[in-house]
Design a protein around this ligand. Structure first.
Ligand code: ARG
Length: 578
């Protein structure tokens, strides 16, 4: 496997530290804070000085004098209070980059201890089309899913369909109300079902009796009433098919399409267990578990609601049990709006108290909202909830404006252009989302989000397409790929930037933060631009240089493609603009 520069430097330093009886924990380099002075720096001497009661400069000088003898090092100096600044020889950088380009993972680490991670990042509900609130969950969740898989973990994504609460009874009650019975249910499509749900919502707000009926139907449904179950199955199926289309458009992948309803039996087991452990308590007709100890008391978790039904909380607790028992999860990650933080804290605490998933690591990744220009959650013009499908259509319309007509292209037909519009629009939506840190909200904007020259998805897609075109032209001119050589500063900068890949992915994985990848992709594309302006390929007379640069270009293309993949974004072969 190819090695990245940093890793090799760390190894070289470790050997020197060991030889001199210095704690190897500090034998690490990082990218230089002063790229004008050096490529990397090691601050280990500063950390070692205190426990050893020595002058940090003295330790640094000792280390530097040994490392200086290494043939791969171009320049080394001790600066300030004891920083060791290290620059590498061009030949060494080139050699490592060549190795990196030969490795199918570009020298990236893979975990030695793969974990089984269950990811919960859907959470759509029966009878409701996906809306803007589902966007971040799908986009962030899918990216983290891909990062974890790339790192070598086993990931099982589960949509966790909202198909079991009071809304089910509300819809059924509304249908009975209008039709007199449930005979026609099987003919209703998603629009009809959503319309029933909307009406049910209004009715139940105004009318206590209607609310009560809905509650009773929900309880009967949960109890197994065959007529309700049959009708509900249809509602569920139609809804699942509708959201599947939405998720396909976003390229979010779910291995499992389980729902809250699948946790029904396990919920009964949770109740039994909580009673056995003496943790269940009756409170105002509801069965609860109190979470009052500790320095941060939380409200109790409701196992059974006063109307006898299972609700949102116990369902999540029971689902944990299933993910442990059936899926053997080591880790469960939820990507859900951060406004649900308390819910997850409660659920995790009860799961721990009940001991239903020993040693499982729980993580709720809470994201901020997608906002409109007014800083409030994004709405349609008339103040309604923005459907995800409409949002995607709006974005496509915007992208279409910058596309040429088929007759103005080199033979690309309308179908290709439409495919491009979709890949660019989705890329732009996703990148706009993933360039922000997860917990922050952001303003969804349609003006510059797809610009080819900003920090956008299409900018990266364009950089890739440009390299594709360079590779095609080079082929026509008979320029072959050759070994990477470093002959100028721009090649050097690009090479050093590429060598950061492994670290970037490791950090994104550890922090569960795709913005680390989007940031890097953006600066890498920029670095490539500077490189290409300074280092011609087609116009270069020196064949060795031209073929070496071509290889550097190809490696950049491949790595940018991988980065977009990890963000869940497609890289079109050719980009077009009007
Ligand atoms: N369906 C829920 C909602 O609309 C979100 C579910 C999130 N996932 C979970 N395991 N609780 O609020």
């Amino acid at each position: 496997m190819a090695q990245l520069l940093e890793k090799i430097l760390n190894q070289k330093l470790s050997a020197i530290f060991e030889k001199n009886d210095l704690d190897v924990k500090f034998a690490v380099v990082k990218n230089s804070d002063r790229p004008d002075l050096s490529d990397f720096q090691c601050n280990g001497a500063l950390a070692l000085a205190k426990p050893l009661h020595k002058n940090p400069r003295e330790i640094a000088t000792l280390i530097a004098s040994e490392l200086e003898k290494d043939a791969d090092i171009a320049k080394i100096s001790v600066d300030g209070p004891g920083f060791i600044n290290i620059s590498l020889k061009n030949e060494f950088i080139a050699q490592e980059l060549n190795a990196m380009s030969e490795d199918e993972r570009f020298g990236c680490d893979k975990t030695n201890e793969p974990k089984k991670i269950v990811m919960d990042f859907g959470g759509p509900n029966v009878a409701k089309a996906l809306h803007v609130g589902h966007l971040r969950s799908a986009v962030i969740g899918e990216s983290i899913r891909r990062i974890e898989k790339f790192y070598g973990n086993e990931v099982i994504s589960d949509v966790h369909f909202g198909d079991w609460g009071t809304p089910m009874g509300m819809i059924l009650a509304e249908i009975i109300n209008q039709d007199g019975n449930l005979d026609k249910v099987q003919t209703y499509d998603i629009e009809a079902i959503s319309a029933f749900y909307k009406k049910a919502n209004i009715r139940c707000k105004e009318d206590e009796a209607a609310k009560e009926t809905a509650r009773q139907i929900t309880a009967a449904l949960q109890d197994g009433n065959p007529e309700y179950r049959r009708a509900w199955k249809h509602l569920r199926e139609v809804s699942v098919n509708a959201v599947k289309k939405n998720y396909d458009a976003l390229e979010a992948h779910f291995d499992l399409w389980l729902g809250e309803s699948d946790a029904h039996e396990a919920s009964s087991e949770i109740v039994k267990l909580a009673k056995e452990k003496g943790l269940a308590e009756l409170d105002d007709g509801a069965l609860i578990v109190r979470l009052e100890e500790g320095n941060k008391p939380k409200p109790p978790v409701i196992l059974i609601k006063s109307d006898g039904g299972f609700g949102y909380q116990i369902t999540d607790v029971a689902t944990i049990k299933m993910r442990y028992d059936d899926l053997k999860a080591d880790e469960i990650i939820y990507v859900v709006d951060k406004r649900q933080s308390l819910h997850f804290e409660q659920v995790f605490e009860v799961a721990e108290k009940l001991g239903i998933a020993p040693n499982v690591k729980f993580l709720h990744i809470g994201f901020g909202t997608v906002n409109g220009a007014d800083g409030k959650p994004f709405k349609t013009r008339d103040g309604g909830v923005m459907n995800l499908e409409d949002l995607i259509e709006m974005s496509k319309d915007k992208v279409r404006e910058s596309m040429p007509k088929p007759e103005d292209t080199d033979g690309y037909d309308a179908a290709y252009i439409e495919k491009l519009v979709s890949e660019i629009a989705i890329g732009a939506i996703k990148f706009q989302d993933l360039k922000n840190t997860i917990s922050a909200g952001y303003v969804f904007e349609l003006e510059d989000f797809a610009k080819f020259d900003g920090k956008t998805g299409p900018y990266i897609q364009y950089a890739i397409a440009r390299i594709n075109s360079i590779l095609r032209k080079a082929k026509e001119k008979g320029i072959a790929l050759g070994d990477i050589v470093i002959s100028n500063n721009e090649e050097r900068d690009l090479a050093l930037k590429l060598a950061q890949l492994n670290n970037v992915i490791l950090r994104a994985e550890a922090d569960k933060e795709p913005s680390i990848i989007s940031d890097y992709a953006y600066t890498l594309a920029q670095t490539f631009s500077s490189f290409y302006n300074a280092s011609p390929i087609m116009g270069e007379a020196d064949v060795t240089l031209a073929s070496g640069r071509l290889k550097l270009a190809k490696l950049t293309r491949d790595i940018l493609t991988l980065l977009l993949y990890l963000l869940g974004i497609k890289a079109p072969e050719v980009m077009l603009k009007a």
